[in-house]
Ligand binder design. Structure first.
Ligand code: BEZ
Length: 213
């Protein structure tokens, strides 16, 4: 069955450009992981994406997130490709790329969508929390490069909504107003949890400044 939100991310052991990775152990205590698939080595869109992942490592670190990429080619091929990524994207690849020539990881995570392409993966992103639970997933076709601002935004939303009883509305970004979850109705509790106050546009639509700002 396909992976669903709230499932434990399937564990695996696989070779990577930084050695053998035992996935759950590799994530480490208290860390999040963004696991992303790249259809194939030496392809243009993937090259730009992996360059971007390298460039925004500080943003992942700030959020306690480890990035892990997978492509269905072997590690030896990845190592050659990394040279191209570094040269063309002016960066240093600072995260591991899993080799997956037998499609073990791709199959575990349902990254091959045979009606799109029966050998290459789609562009999947799995957001995995410190309890190893899958908290969000996004899927793009091979021809559409991902927006890594959106990937950081999803992490920000997940981490914020874990900490406070809020949800993030349409087009929310760090610093934007949030929505108070409808289940919270006790006036005293509302006052305590949202000392900056809130605006009730409807009983179910209550906007409050971002609690940690
Ligand atoms: C790319 O990364 O550029 C790509 C990979 C597979 C199909 C189309 C584009």
């Amino acid at each position: 069955m396909a992976i669903q939100l709230g499932d434990i991310a399937p564990d695996f052991t696989a070779e990577s450009t930084e050695g053998t990775i035992r996935f759950h152990e590799w994530i480490g205590p208290g860390k999040w992981c963004v696991l992303m698939s790249h259809p194939k080595d030496f392809t243009p869109v993937c090259t730009t994406e992996l360059g971007m992942v390298a460039k925004i490592k500080a943003e992942f670190d700030k959020r306690n997130v480890k990035a892990l990429a997978v492509s269905v080619d072997p590690v030896a091929s990845h190592k050659g490709w990394i040279g191209d990524i570094e040269e063309t994207q002016s960066t240093t690849v600072n995260f591991p790329l899993l080799g997956d020539p037998d499609r073990k990881v791709a199959s575990l995570y349902g990254m091959i969508h045979p009606n799109a392409n029966d050998t290459l993966t789609v562009r999947s992103v799995f957001f995995i929390d410190p309890n190893r639970k899958v908290r969000a997933m996004i899927t793009y076709p091979a021809s559409t490069g991902r927006d890594f601002n959106e990937i950081l935004r999803v992490i920000d939303s997940l981490q914020l909504t874990d900490k406070y009883q809020v949800a993030t509305p349409v087009n929310w970004k760090q610093g934007g107003d949030c929505v108070i979850v409808p289940s919270l109705t006790d006036p005293e509790e509302l006052k305590k949890k949202f000392p900056k106050g809130f605006k009730a546009l409807r009983p179910y639509l209550r906007m409050t400044p971002q609690p940690d700002r």
